[in-house]
Structure formats: C-alpha cells, structure tokens
Design a protein around this ligand. Structure first.
Ligand code: NAD
Ligand code: UDP
Ligand code: UDP
Length: 330
C-alpha cells in the first residue's frame, strides 16, 4: 500500500539517497567554498542548514539553492553558542583572504578559536561527526617543500598573518583534544589555494585580483618579483575531497592535505590570466606583503591513499570557467 502511494510521487520529489539523508550544518555556507559544498550536499539528497554571519559571504552565493525546501539559512556568528539539532557539521566559517582576515584580526582569532569550541561543544552534545576547514597556512613560510602533513610548519606568532595562521593551528589543537578527550569523530582538512566561481571579486586574493584586472584591462599587480609559487585547486575538485573525507571511516581523522600539486609562479599565473582573457593589461610590481610565503605545494599522497582522491581540473580549464563567472562584475 505504502509503496503504491510512493510510486505516485513525481520523481524529482524523491531524494537520490533517501535512506542515507542527513541533516548537515555548514558554517560559513554563504562564502565561496561553503556555497559550493551546500549545492553538492543538497544534490546528494541531504538537508542543509547554512549558518553564516555574512561578514564576507553573501546570499547571492546561495541564490541557486535558496528555493530548495531542504535548505535553511540562519544568520549567526559562531563565536556565540548555537543550539540546533543536526547529524553532521562542516565548520568553514572564517574569512580566508588576507585583506578580510586582517581587517579585524581579533575577530578572526575569535572565529577560529571560540567558534571551534562552540561547534565542537555542539557536536559533542549531539554525538555528531565534525569537519574542520583548516589551511595550508598552518605550514607558514615552509622550510619543507612540498608540504606533508607531518611537517609542523614555520609560522610567525606575532605578524599580520598570525591571527589567521595561529587561529587555525589552535583550532586543529582543539579538534584533536576533543577527539582524544571525548572520543569525538573529527575530520580535519588542510586546504591549499582554491579558486573558482563565487570567489568574491574584491577579496584581494591573487586569482580574483588578476582576472578582474585582466578583464578591465587594468594593470596586473604582482607583489614582489612574482617568483613566489602557489598550487591552485579548482573548487569542484576540492569539494569532492571534502565529501570523501567526511564519508571516510572514523579512523581517518586527518589532518589531510587537499589541493592541486601543480605549482605555478605568480608571474606565470599573471601571464595566463592575460592570455586567457585576451587582455591588454600590463604587469606592474608592488611591494611583497610581510610574511608572504615564498613557495607552497601540497604533498597529496595521504589523500590519494586514504580517500582515493586527486584533482582532475587543470589550471587553464578552471581559469576559463572562473573568468566566465567574473565577467558579470566587469
Ligand atoms: P569566504 O570568506 O568566502 O567564506 C567564509 C564564510 O564564513 C563567509 O560566508 C563569512 O561570512 C563566514 N563567517 C566569517 N566569520 C564568521 C563567524 N564568526 N560566524 C559565522 N560566519 C562567519 O572564504 P572561503 O574561501 O569560502 O573559505 C572557507 C573556509 O575554508 C575558511 O575557514 C578558510 O579559512 C578555509 N580555507 C579556504 C581556502 C581557499 O583557498 N579558499 C584555503 C585554505 C582554507
Ligand atoms: N555549545 C554550543 N551548543 C551546544 C553545546 C555547547 O554552542 O549545543 C558551546 C557552549 O557555549 C560551550 C562550548 O560549546 O561553552 C563548549 O562546550 P563543552 O561541552 O565542550 O564545554 P562546556 O560546556 O563544559 O564549557
Ligand atoms: N599576490 C599578488 N598580487 C595580488 C594578490 C596576491 O602578487 O594582486 C600574491 C601574494 O603576495 C601571494 C600570492 O599572490 O604571494 C597568493 O596570494 P593570496 O592572497 O591569493 O593567497 P595566500 O598568500 O594566502 O596564499
């Protein structure tokens, strides 16, 4: 009888993985990475609660999911306690771009540290699995290259980047102490530079800066001599890694690097942005910011081994998709 009733439902009303549908909370869900993660989780048939104070994120990033009956938005700052009922938590809330996280550095540390305590306390009460968006910045200006998870890093504790780097390092400490002390299931990912649609066009990160400058035929601003390196991961690849890590066996806690090991100099990136947009921009040089890491490249052996994950989108291809997205802001 019940089966007969169900068979009358239109197909679209039946989530793909009905039996495994979870209530998933994403903090920082209105931001660049969070909005892609939410789309993916809804596509996978889950219910999603987005928690965000809209400091750097925007509801525009959620336009595609806003009408979905399985999606809910809560405006809330995670430095304050939160009482909701969910099965899983992805903790992404934190400004990620240097100009944003240095705007109110005390709030940045509070978001990383007090925010982590609140989200861990929530997960502890619920017995929920909790995921932390950590960062390659925990390696600081690394003396080991490429960076592997067992490298402890080279971080200045009192510089302009420290609010972010040390905040994220302390959050990792808290995750592992809650895991050891309370037996909680944790998943800690160290994200390397990621790019794609929904990056804020004015957030000052290198990919968004170079594309916007190239599209506007304005000078491309290279800080320093452009020989510093970064390894850029396309957002879809990263989100695949997130979901694989969250769904991995409990003993896979991380920290685990997720990023694209193909390394480029900043000068190469500038030239690629000019070529891909057909821009007439010239390249200019500006001073290198304090504590700017000289090189960065993930070693992803652990992600390959534990998650069967590796990136698939080459930089040229990902840049082309990102350029298409940024055209609307020109
Ligand atoms: P983003 O700035 O686009 O998104 C961060 C979101 O968190 C925003 O929507 C913002 O409004 C929200 N937020 C900030 N403080 C908050 C608070 N106190 N309470 C509630 N919400 C708050 O940044 P992103 O690139 O999407 O980064 C997401 C996460 O991934 C961050 O934790 C960041 O540190 C980490 N990360 C990102 C990268 C990258 O390349 N994008 C690299 C390493 C780590
Ligand atoms: N917390 C929360 N929601 C909950 C449970 C806890 O926001 O559902 C916060 C609360 O503010 C607390 C923090 O998480 O201070 C840490 O919780 P924990 O149980 O680890 O510590 P305690 O409550 O003993 O300070
Ligand atoms: N950068 C640059 N021009 C810009 C913005 C950034 O040359 O307009 C450089 C920056 O100094 C750094 C690299 O690009 O060496 C990556 O900067 P981003 O802020 O994107 O990320 P992070 O330094 O956190 O890796």
């Amino acid at each position: 009888m019940i089966a007969a009733v169900h068979s009358n439902f239109p197909k679209a009303a039946v989530p793909r993985n009905y039996s495994s549908r979870k209530r998933v909370m994403v903090t920082g869900g209105a931001g660049f990475l969070g909005s892609h993660l939410i789309k993916r989780l809804l596509d996978d048939g889950h219910e999603v609660l987005c928690v965000d104070n809209l400091f750097t994120g925007t509801k525009d990033n959620l336009r595609e999911v806003a009408g979905n009956p399985h999606f809910e938005f809560l405006r809330h700052d995670i430095t304050f306690p939160l009482f909701v009922e969910v099965d899983e938590i992805y903790n992404l809330a934190c400004p990620a771009s240097p100009i944003h996280y240095q705007h109110d550095p005390v709030q940045t540390t509070k978001t990383s540290v007090i925010g982590a305590i609140n989200m861990l306390g929530l997960a502890k009460r619920l017995g929920a699995r909790i995921f932390q968006a950590s960062t390659s910045e925990v390696y600081g200006d690394p003396h080991v290259h490429p960076q592997q998870e067992d490298y402890w890093g080279n971080v200045n504790p009192i510089g302009p980047r420290s609010c972010y780097d040390e905040g994220k390092r302390c959050a990792e400490t808290l995750f592992f102490d809650y895991h050891r002390q309370h037996g909680m299931e944790i998943k800690v990912v160290r994200i390397f530079n990621t790019y794609g649609p929904h990056m804020h066009p004015a957030d000052g990160r290198v990919v968004s800066n170079f594309i916007m400058q190239a599209l506007r035929n304005e000078p491309i601003t290279i800080y320093g001599d452009g020989s510093q390196t970064r390894s850029f991961c396309y957002v879809d690849d990263l989100i695949n890694g997130f979901v694989k890590l969250m769904d991995s066996p409990a003993e896979v806690t991380g920290p685990i690097n997720i990023g694209n090991p193909n390394e480029f100099t900043i000068l190469e990136l500038a030239e690629m942005a000019i070529r891909r947009t057909g821009s007439s921009s010239e390249i200019i040089r500006l001073p290198l910011p304090a504590d700017d890491p000289k090189q960065r490249q993930p070693n992803i052996s652990l992600a390959r081994e534990k998650l069967g994950w590796e990136p698939t989108v080459p930089l040229e291809q990902g840049l082309a998709r990102t350029i298409e997205y940024f055209r609307r802001f020109v």
